[in-house]
Design a protein. Sequence first.
Length: 257
Amino acid sequence: MNILLSDFITGILIFVRILSLFLVAPFFNNESFPRFIKAITALAITYIIFMIVPRVNVPVNISFLWLFFMGLKEVLTGVIMGFTLELIFYGISFAGFLLSHEIGLMMADMFDPNSQASENILGLLLVFMGTVIFVIIGGHRFIIESLAYSFKIIPIGKMSFNGAVTEALIKYSSSIFVIGLKIASPLIVAFFFVHVASGIISRVSPTFQVFFVLLPLKIGLGLFLMILLFPIFGYAFRDLFYEYNEKLLEMLKIMAQ
């Protein structure tokens, strides 16, 4: 009975970590990904990983509090892993916000099926583009590989949520603004010169209505530059995904301390 109970609890805790990651990690957390398929995929991966991980040492007088804290550790492990990769998409969405502000499309919103809310249309466009690139380079496979690796470096119930983990999360979260500015910087610089030129024109010819010319000019120029920069965005997103794959492995090592 003790062996059967140990196997059952081991399987449940593995499933909790995997499902927690699927709820947060990019691609898997998309609402268009059916929940039933998520659960079946998590169960299949649980069965595979169950064969290679050591069993949990179940105390003789098992209690609900012990199970709760063990499950909480697995939930935190999965959520932190998924959140580390999802930071890239937060940065991409922030870049879309900056681009919309510069181009003049702040009022152009679109329903986001993932967040169930209205989002900026350029931010959604960049996020969809990033998701496609993430799948093309095998990011979804890397998530599953990192799951298997996480059970080797962080055994079940051994996750340590210490000050180093908090510090790493804060440092990685702050990179959202850096990612957004890096992606949007070409258009920000281009529109800086446009605004300087419009200021000079308004000073030279005060009767000229710069505003009525500037708004459609910014939209047309912004969309033209976006089309030119799409290939560069693709390479930038790819490099970001590779960079954050390394950061995920670093985060796992920090949580294992």
